[in-house]
Design a protein around this ligand. Sequence first.
Ligand code: G3P
Length: 218
Amino acid sequence: MKFFVDTAEVSEIRALAEAGLVDGVTTNPSLIAKSGRKMAEVIAEICGITPGPVSAEVTATDVEGMLAEGRYLREIAPNVAVKVPLTEAGLRTCRALSAEGTLVNVTLCFSPAQALLAAKAGATFISPFVGRLDDIATDGMQLIADIVKIYRNYPHLKTEVLVASIRHPIHLIEAAKLGAEVATLPPAVIRQLLKHPLTDKGLDAFLADWRKTGQSIL
Ligand code: G3P
């Protein structure tokens, strides 16, 4: 499973990349706004930190505008994945840009039907938002299960399931059990994956016993 980091905070991405935990990055207009930086500048910097796909989302809502923005964004760096919303204009843009060899991440997916349409449009990634479905008492992980099952029936579809809107480690574990190719995780959730109280407790006990020996390895 590939771990993408869902943030535009360069310091967070750099720290996680140094730990070998970054296979790519996803941003969206809200995350760019939160960064307080110019979009092209921060995307270029992120693309320099990781060779993996870096999603940069268009903000136009018509095909002509999306195509112009997508063709501009992909020139920032070779690993830019242009992100388009799951609308008719977004799918038309996805079809055109993917035909031009551009990585395309189709976002704001909330149904299996939408995911099937995105794959037929040549999307590189589909981003179903599990957390936002959970937030309205709908089983977000069921959407992932449905998409994975549908895609497996049609091996010619090459779209990778990029599980987004992840709120906690269980979302990640369940997505991995289902075989989703990618999960995009807030930095805090990645750090939560590492932690277990029994690991900390066991290490403390090992080191306490070791100190009693008076030895040192070097
Ligand atoms: O990349 C999509 C992701 O950022 C959405 O997550 O937490 O805003 O639902 P969230």
